[in-house]
Design a protein around this ligand. Structure first.
Ligand code: SF4
Length: 251
């Protein structure tokens, strides 16, 4: 396959972005929240857990602990009990309390508005920071999770596995104003169509722009060819079974 020029890839990315917008016009942050603090907490809880499950536990959690200063004083056992259905609840409780302490001690109880400050909070990485920036503060951010990684790799918009490098590649290809919505749409597309095990390429709105189906077909035909014996090659004889040795016989 001929190498794609940088200009051609940018143009293809622009068309992918437009096709995603047409296919998923309503894609948005699935975590229910009313403030940056609530979104930060919900995003921490969403690690290794579905957004639906997080949305089931957060109403009671936010009612009991409405802001960072109340959460910082919480009894860990009470927080653990409230968030238990999200899994890894002891570890998540430690993270939530540490973040609440950080917010109170260093930011007057408010969630900071920059990537640099957000990523200084206990256990907050670029992914969580970009979710908060993009959805609570309207600061464009690319959220590179497992769906963003898989789908963008299949689309040939990045060759990397490292989220920071994927983010850098996409920053070159997707207009900054679209970063947050592009992330929501790709994540939604990864959930409903570009499945990890069985991507549904035949009904995919990006099919004409995606190199994956052709390369998957090529890989399948290459591996079938490797399994076929070459013409004229002698079949490999099965090893003859000799008489069982005296040692092998049962007494
Ligand atoms: S064509 Fe297939 S691999 Fe490409 S984005 Fe669509 S579902 Fe994913």
């Amino acid at each position: 396959m001929p190498r794609e020029s940088a200009a051609a890839r940018r143009e293809r990315a622009r068309r992918i972005d437009a096709a995603l917008a047409a296919a998923y016009p309503d894609a948005a942050c699935a975590l229910h929240h009313r403030s940056a603090f609530q979104l930060l907490v919900a995003t921490i809880l969403s690690a290794q857990c579905t957004d639906k499950k997080v949305n089931e536990v957060t109403p009671a959690l936010f009612q009991r602990f409405p802001d960072a200063s109340v959460l910082a004083q919480a009894d860990p056992a009470e927080v653990e009990r409230l968030i238990q259905p999200t899994g890894f609840f002891r570890q998540k409780t430690r993270s939530l309390l540490a973040v609440a302490h950080d917010l109170v001690e260093r930011f007057g109880g408010r969630v900071p508005r920059t990537l640099e400050e957000l990523t200084t909070l206990h256990g907050v990485g670029r992914k969580t920071a970009n979710v908060v920036l993009g959805n609570a503060f309207d600061v464009p951010g690319l959220t590179v999770d497992t769906h963003m990684t898989r789908v963008n790799r299949r689309l040939g918009l990045t060759a990397h596995e490292d989220p920071a490098k994927i983010e850098r590649d996409l920053m070159e290809l997707i207009p900054e104003a679209h970063w947050t919505l592009y992330s929501h749409r790709v994540i939604h597309h990864g959930r409903v169509c570009c499945d990890a095990r069985r991507p549904q390429c035949e009904r995919c709105p990006l099919r004409a722009l995606c190199p994956w189906p052709a390369s998957a077909a090529r890989r399948a035909s290459d591996s079938a060819a490797r399994r076929r014996p070459a013409r004229g090659a002698k079949p490999v004889a099965a090893p003859a079974r000799g008489p069982r040795s005296a040692r092998g016989r049962r007494a």
